[in-house]
Ligand binder design. Structure first.
Ligand code: NAD
Ligand code: ZN
Ligand code: ZN
Length: 345
């Protein structure tokens, strides 16, 4: 089969011919329907080689946002049959540590929550994906894997980031989403679905993204800059927003996040832009908590799938065949993807 593999650090990945994996006991072979091209993959492609000793195995197949159909359940797998549409929970934990037993395999105490397409494990930018345990598969019901794939990361990560702050989002509250790309667009819809009384403001550098964000339910969509800060402060009577989600994570967005967050609020860094948040006694505001959530839990993915089945959330998807995967990432890099590029092998 063909697979889009990172072969060397800081070199463009390559489409290569590799064997179709055989599922062992408890494992499941999935025929990939859709594999989302996440901005994190661009960070991986640009990353320098890890220090010796903490190395990630190369080559490995990219793609950590996957859905498809069960192809072959391995020996001992119950509850799944060939042809079942499934979404793949991405962070593959050990299943046995305290966090994994709560379904929070993103915070596995042994594996660190890396999975297919990350940390040297083969991912879904290929015709087939070997999933190491059937507990990582969630049935999709009537949802199409080619449309649903981004729910496993763009959807789940945004959902987790919103849900952990829901107690702050009462009537009259404000949430700011910085970066209205795939994750930001999901977060806007999640905020509307889970907290209809919250005013949702989004900020982006691209006017086109602001248009899409408005269609997806943002109450205000502002071009990045000082005027955006002034507008948000005016809207909140100079108090700032209860929740600020930074889906970019570079120095300027983190600075803006601190300027528009409120006392006792939440400033949540989701973007892996590599910026630093300056912290002193009065900035971020007093008792504003800062968190950097990574992905989400298995039960949360089930909730995300339910929201999609209820048609409360929908990812704006552009499909690319596997032979155009390199082009899809170039478009993502150039800001030309409106929502999420999904590879359909
Ligand atoms: P994307 O490319 O679809 O969206 C990024 C958006 O940010 C774009 O709309 C872009 O115009 C906007 N942007 C860029 N610079 C900006 C600025 N200075 N101010 C305002 N907006 C700006 O990316 P994505 O796939 O949605 O991913 C977003 C980030 O989240 C990436 O850094 C990715 O690595 C990270 N991520 C983190 C997790 C996690 O678990 N924490 C999971 C998935 C993705
Ligand atoms: Zn991702
Ligand atoms: Zn674990």
């Amino acid at each position: 089969m063909r697979a889009f593999q990172l072969v060397e650090w800081q070199r463009p990945p390559e489409l290569r011919e590799v064997p179709v994996p055989e599922p062992g006991p408890g494992q499941v072979l999935v025929k990939v329907g859709g594999a989302g091209a996440c901005h994190s993959d661009l960070h991986i492609m640009e990353a320098p080689a890890p220090a010796p000793g903490e190395g990630t195995r190369l080559p490995f197949t990219l793609g950590h946002e996957n859905a498809g159909w069960v192809e072959t359940p391995g020996p001992g797998v119950a509850g799944f049959a060939p042809g079942d549409p499934v979404i793949v929970y991405g962070p593959w934990g050990c299943g046995l540590c305290a966090n994994c037993r709560e379904g929070k395999e993103n915070y596995c105490q042994r594996t660190g929550g890396l999975g297919g397409g990350l940390g040297g494990h083969d991912g879904g930018m290929a015709e087939y994906l070997l999933v190491p345990a059937s507990r990582f598969l969630i049935p999709l019901g009537t949802l199409d894997p080619r449309e649903a794939a981004p729910l496993s990361d763009a959807g789940l990560t945004s959902y987790h980031a919103v849900k952990r702050s829901l107690h702050l989002l009462g009537p009259g509250s404000t949430a700011v989403v910085i970066g209205a790309g795939a994750l930001g667009q999901m977060a806007i819809q999640m905020l509307q679905a889970l907290s209809a009384a919250t005013t949702v403001v989004t900020v982006d550098t691209a006017a086109g993204k602001l248009e899409i964000a408005k269609r997806m339910g943002a109450d205000e969509a502002l071009l990045s800059g000082d005027q955006a800060v002034t507008r948000i402060m005016d809207m909140t009577r100079q108090q700032g927003a209860q929740l600020v989600l930074d889906m970019v994570g570079i120095d300027p967005t983190l600075r803006m996040a601190a300027q528009v967050a409120r006392v006792l609020g939440h400033l949540t860094i989701v973007g892996l832009g590599g910026g630093a948040l300056p912290v002193n006694f009065s900035s971020p505001p007093h008792e504003c908590s800062v968190a950097s959530p990574y992905w989400g839990s298995i039960p949360e993915l089930m909730e995300v799938i339910t929201l999609a089945q209820q048609q409360k959330i929908k990812m704006l998807v552009e499909h690319f065949p596997l032979e155009r995967v390199g082009e899809a990432y170039q478009f993502l890099h150039d800001g030309k993807i409106q929502g999420r590029a999904v590879i359909t092998p």
